[in-house]
Design a protein around this ligand. Structure first.
Ligand SMILES: [Zn+2]
Ligand SMILES: [Zn+2]
Length: 288
């Protein structure tokens, strides 16, 4: 699940702060972006039309192995988009003086149509970094900054769209390691408390889906000899599952090692476990 209240964000970020992996300033910046996301979600409901994102029968699509949504087709009110882009640029401008010039360049490019909203939406939906590289050269702003601004704006909208299919997806056993709603590669996993089902998480739309316990989400490898995991200490509820076929890794929350009321909110868990990314990369594994 994603953050649904400001209280959850505050609590999640407090835990991250206590893990001492970030500078104080950068965490309060991240917190502001999460709060911005909640705000977008709340306001977006009346400003977007999500039905065009779903064409054809979802069940049939899943059977054919196709993801059910096309986020590039969500219709979003233009003034609303302008408004939220302006807002995120204002927030980002408070993070440090370095980016101010770039942010005003970005707003200008949006207002004069040099950056097309439809294209932006489509390329965030498909995580197409090539597009962001070319736009970044065209208007002269850093690619990561450009992508992260667009991501902050569209992600909450995509989450709203995906939520439509949540109950439908809940118990569906999907064979792929990419999101059944939008096709993005899984970013984290968890083992549920009760029966230890394995669920994967989509970092773009927040969908969680049931996946085989012994299978690589990235190359479908099911050979037990080349699938391993490591963790730090018996008590830790985190582990990293690795595949020696494709050298992919996925961080996993083991809810069986936690109390019942400790909910897994992947955005926070992802930040809590930055040290595991460093470890996995050191061992020669990569993120997909
Ligand atoms: Zn997704
Ligand atoms: Zn693999």
């Amino acid at each position: 699940m994603s953050f649904t209240t400001i209280g959850q964000i505050k609590k999640g970020m407090k835990n991250v702060r206590e893990s001492k992996q970030f500078e104080k300033g950068s965490l309060s910046n991240i917190e502001q972006v999460f709060i911005f996301g909640l705000d977008v979600k709340r306001k977006a409901k009346k400003k977007i039309k999500i039905s065009p994102a779903f064409t054809g029968a979802s069940k049939e699509k899943l059977k054919r192995g196709e993801s059910v949504a096309d986020f590039s087709k969500i219709v979003i009110d233009r003034d609303f988009l302008l408004d939220i882009f302006k807002k995120i640029c204002e927030i980002r401008a408070t993070f440090g003086s370095g980016n101010k010039q770039s942010l005003s360049k970005f707003m200008k490019a949006i207002k004069n149509g040099k950056i097309d909203f439809m294209k932006l939406q489509k390329n965030v939906a498909t995580s197409n970094q090539k597009y962001f590289s070319s736009i970044s050269k065209k208007i002269g702003i850093n690619r990561e900054l450009l992508y992260s601004i667009a991501f902050s704006v569209y992600k909450p909208i995509f989450e709203l769209c995906a939520a439509e299919k949540q109950s439908f997806m809940e118990d569906y056993k999907w064979k792929k390691g990419s999101c059944p709603v939008c096709g993005t590669a899984a970013a984290m996993a968890k083992f549920e408390k009760e029966v230890g089902r394995r669920l994967l998480w989509c970092p773009l739309c927040g969908t969680e889906w049931v996946f085989r316990r012994i299978k690589c989400p990235f190359c479908d490898n099911e050979n037990q000899d080349s699938l391993r995991y490591f963790y730090l200490g018996e008590k830790s509820s985190y582990r990293v599952d690795v595949c020696d076929e494709c050298k992919g890794y996925i961080k996993t929350v083991d809810e069986r090692k936690r109390s019942k009321d400790e909910k897994t909110i992947f955005e926070a868990e992802d930040l809590m476990t930055i040290f595991l990314d460093t470890l996995a990369e050191k061992e020669g594994y990569k993120k997909f």
